[in-house]
Design a binder for this molecule. Structure first.
Ligand code: HEC
Length: 101
């Protein structure tokens, strides 16, 4: 996931519009957790927020600047992580175009 975002970010900062919604983003709904921990409702709710925000990146009718749309998607990674697994948050924030601490 992290690597995919870095690729999208590179596209955006070099002014290429990413064209297609990558289906592999949807794997988050089925991704197995360590120890086969079941997905709780919070996880499922945040997955949906995340996927919606990723879809907006690829929505050519959106009027929001691409950079903001991209950052919104990354922020939804952070939101979920705040509730589920805080460890990777500093690393995820590095994917933001406009870094916030
Ligand atoms: C819906 C909740 C949710 C969203 C959204 C989410 N994550 Fe995670 N992420 C988790 C959970 C839970 C774990 C711990 C997985 C485990 O226990 O196996 C995790 C683990 C990780 C890890 C550490 C394990 C690894 O594979 O290196 C990284 C890095 C990570 N996520 C990055 C991201 C990034 C980047 C995004 C956004 C593109 C993102 N996550 C979106 C819930 C989420």
């Amino acid at each position: 996931m992290y690597d995919v975002n870095e690729l999208i970010k590179k596209d955006i900062v070099t002014c290429n519009t990413p064209e297609e919604f990558p289906k592999y983003f949807l794997v988050i709904f089925t991704a197995k957790l360590t120890d086969n921990k079941p997905h709780n409702e919070t996880f499922i709710a945040y997955s949906k927020v995340y996927i919606d925000n990723v879809r907006v990146i690829y929505d050519s009718t959106s009027t929001l600047p691409l950079r903001n749309r991209y950052d919104n998607a990354i922020i939804s990674c952070v939101y979920c992580h705040t509730t589920q697994s805080t460890g990777p948050i500093p690393r995820i924030k590095k994917s933001l175009i406009n870094y916030i601490s």
